[in-house]
Design a protein around this ligand. Structure first.
Ligand code: FMN
Length: 201
């Protein structure tokens, strides 16, 4: 393209930049209950598992999609907002209505945990890219969820997916500051250690 044409018609960015997705990818604990997550949306999110790294490429993780019709099988067994117990999150009427239950076909090892982190974050980023939000949930009753969903493998992490309602802001901190997330005037603050303190010298 000639230079003067390029200036007149700048390339349109269709997807947000990675740094924008990372910023928007906050852990939501309140969801718009009028928005029902569809199967094709969960499937698109799970599909990232076909594109991510895996230790020894063993790909031992499996994914159970849970839509609104089955949410009652997961909801009673998750714990949200452990650092803010007085809020009893999620509030009634703001519960997520879709989940991805991640299972491992083998006993959890260091490598399985690394695979899990990679796939979970990739899935959450994909959710954000399609206008949804989510959260990783490690505090859940694995035995109950396995039984309720008749899973062949042990669940190791649950992702809630939906249209998030929380107003969340990142707050830069030093490594010595308190890391606990907190709320003020209905804004959820997430302290993040500044990059100067993360880099080892
Ligand atoms: C492996 C893992 C497990 C988590 N488990 C829970 C959980 O059980 N309940 C919860 O409310 N949040 C859970 N979280 C969310 C964290 O609290 C959240 O990532 C942290 O507060 C930082 O907020 P951010 O995700 O918006 O950066 C988990 C996050 C990760 C990565």
């Amino acid at each position: 393209m000639e230079d003067h044409l390029r200036a007149a018609a700048p390339a349109k960015r269709t997807t947000p930049s990675l740094s924008r997705l990372l910023e928007r990818n906050r852990s939501h604990r309140a969801y718009d209950s009028s928005f029902i997550v569809r199967e094709d949306q969960l499937r698109r999110i799970v599909d990232v598992a076909t594109k991510v790294p895996s230790a020894r490429n063993q790909q031992v993780l499996r994914f159970r999609m849970v839509l609104s019709d089955e949410k009652h099988k997961v909801l009673p067994h998750i714990r949200l907002g452990g650092a803010l117990p007085e809020l009893h999150l999620p509030r009634a009427g703001e519960e997520p209505n879709a989940f991805i239950v991640i299972c491992s076909t083998v006993a959890v090892s260091h490598y399985v945990s690394v695979d899990l982190g990679i796939v979970a974050q990739s899935m959450l980023l994909q959710a954000v890219e399609i206008g949804l939000n989510g959260i990783c949930i490690g505090a859940f009753d694995a035995k109950a969820v396995k039984q309720e969903l008749s899973l062949p493998y042990d669940p190791v992490l649950v992702l809630a997916i939906g249209r998030g309602k929380d107003n969340i802001r990142l707050k830069p901190i030093t490594e010595d500051d308190n890391h606990a997330y907190y709320r003020e005037d209905d804004i959820h603050y997430v302290p993040k250690v500044r990059v100067e303190d993360l880099i080892l010298k």
